[in-house]
Design a protein around this ligand. Structure first.
Ligand code: PLP
Length: 463
């Protein structure tokens, strides 16, 4: 056996990790001191590190693990596909799992999303939606060549490629690149806890609603720019990477009505919330709104393999038809678009949703999570607790109950490090502690998660 088939010891791996690997979203000057896990295995809702410790995967391996690690049905589906073929192209060509998956997805999606365009990650899923929408406006029956702009929100996150970064609104990630990005009409974030439009008042509470300033602002901007707007791109349910920020009730119905009235397309980036997180298969269904384009990725394959999808209406698809020489074709595609192993995993995931009445269970667990979280409200350094579906953001603040910490204090990371002592793996967004467990989390594990966060906060701030 080659030496490379054996796992070197922990010290060697850490040394090689430091020497050879450049990690995503990771300041390497503090990486080692913040004691990263070296994961060697997984079992159900737990990660296993190189020392054999087990940690509840409280962020579903960055929001993508749906039904736990090494779920037998998904493992078996990937293995069975591996015995057929690992990959073949979808460019002008077909593969069996992608056909079967597209059919199933259209069957469960909101009515009116009729076609599935596959890619391989959330960033591409949103890039594709932007490019489709743009090209659609140029070649639909009554073309609108003046429509060249997008509207997106402050605190939006749609991925890390340049188009996705252009519509992105998280300053710390995106500002650096502004000179190389396209211009976007920017509407305010529905960030009620720190909202300039609405002001701040009242005690901390779960589900604090904003005063409607952000809704008025987006309407004003859409009316003002309707002639040049291709689409609004938005994360329904919550702005995820922006800090788990939720919207006022009725926001999406209002947005849909405005889009219809003003001839603007509506793009839902459901990369984080899609596939059951909301207690519905898609947040679109929970909100009772059908977008023109819908982006999926993270949980689509159970968090196993990179497959993403951009779903569109037949109306949009049909605008791309014509003779090849008319060049109406959508010239976009990735080498690993619709990878068969990933599509096989996604089919197994959809089977589990169907067989186990997962969504009803998720809704029940959402209630347990929300009830448990009330126990964190009122802790001195908890400024705000925001939830949507089986997900929560707990915003840490200074003594006064509102001021943010200096980012150099890395309070969020420290609270998560303490939580790890209680056997829970978490990764914060700045000083917002994120809970985004696999949908398969048990009731007891939900309590473990919340208690680990409480312990982390009390340890970091001295109760
Ligand atoms: C994670 C995420 C993306 C980007 O997905 P990647 O697979 O990391 O490229 C896009 N949109 C939303 C809402 C996300 O949460």
């Amino acid at each position: 056996m080659s030496e490379f088939l054996e796992t070197p010891d922990r010290q060697t791996l850490e040394a090689w990790d430091d020497k050879y690997v450049w990690h995503p979203f990771t300041p390497h000057s503090v990486y080692r001191s913040e004691r990263p896990l070296t994961v060697v295995g997984g079992e159900g809702n737990y990660l296993i590190d190189i020392d054999g410790n087990r940690y509840l995967d409280g962020v579903a391996s960055i929001w993508c693990n749906t039904f736990g690690h090494r779920r037998p049905e998904i493992d078996a589906a990937v293995r069975a596909q591996l015995d057929k073929i690992a990959h073949a192209t979808m460019l002008g060509n077909a593969t069996v799992p992608s056909i079967l998956l597209a059919k199933r997805m259209v069957e469960i999606a909101p009515q009116g999303l009729d076609k599935v365009f596959f890619s391989d990650n959330g960033s591409t899923a949103s890039e594709i939606a932007l490019k489709m929408a743009y090209q659609y406006m140029q070649q639909r029956e009554n073309p609108s060549p003046k429509k060249t702009k997008f509207l997106a929100l402050a605190n939006a996150y749609n991925g890390d490629t340049i188009g996705a970064v252009s519509v992105g609104g998280v300053d710390v990630f995106h500002d650096r690149f502004r000179p190389m990005l396209f211009d976007v009409i920017r509407a305010p974030s529905p960030y009620a806890f720190r909202c300039a439009a609405c002001g701040i008042d009242g005690p901390t509470q779960i589900g604090r609603q904003c005063g409607g300033g952000c809704t008025d602002a987006i309407e004003r901007l859409m009316r003002e720019h309707a002639e040049e707007l291709v689409a609004v791109i938005i994360e329904p349910g919550f702005q995820g990477a922006g800090g788990m920020i939720t919207y006022p009730d009725g926001y999406f119905k209002k947005l849909r009505a405005l889009c219809d009235e003003l001839d603007i397309l509506l793009i839902f980036d459901e990369v984080a919330v899609g596939m059951g997180r909301s207690g519905h298969m898609f947040a679109a269904q929970k909100e009772g709104v059908t977008p023109d384009l819908l982006c999926l990725a993270k949980m689509l394959t159970g968090g196993y393999l990179p497959v993403a999808a951009t779903m569109s209406s037949d109306k949009i698809y049909e605008a791309f038809l014509g003779k090849p020489e008319e060049a109406r074709t959508f010239y976009h595609g990735h080498t690993f678009t619709g990878n068969p192993l990933g599509c096989a995993a996604a089919l197994a995931v959809l089977d589990i949703f169907q067989k186990e009445d997962v969504l009803a269970e998720v809704r029940r667990k959402i209630d347990i999570l929300n009830e448990g979280l009330t126990g964190l409200v009122g802790l001195k350094h908890v400024g705000d607790v925001r939830t949507y579906g089986l997900a929560a953001g707990i915003e840490l603040v200074a003594e006064d109950g509102f001021s943010a910490f200096e980012s150099s204090e890395r309070r969020g990371m420290k609270v998560c490090a303490h939580a790890r002592e209680k056997g829970v793996f978490l990764r914060p967004l700045g000083d917002v502690i994120i809970l985004m467990p696999p949908l398969s989390i048990t009731d007891d594990e939900i309590h473990t998660l919340i208690e680990a966060v409480r312990y982390g906060i009390e340890t970091e701030f001295g109760a």
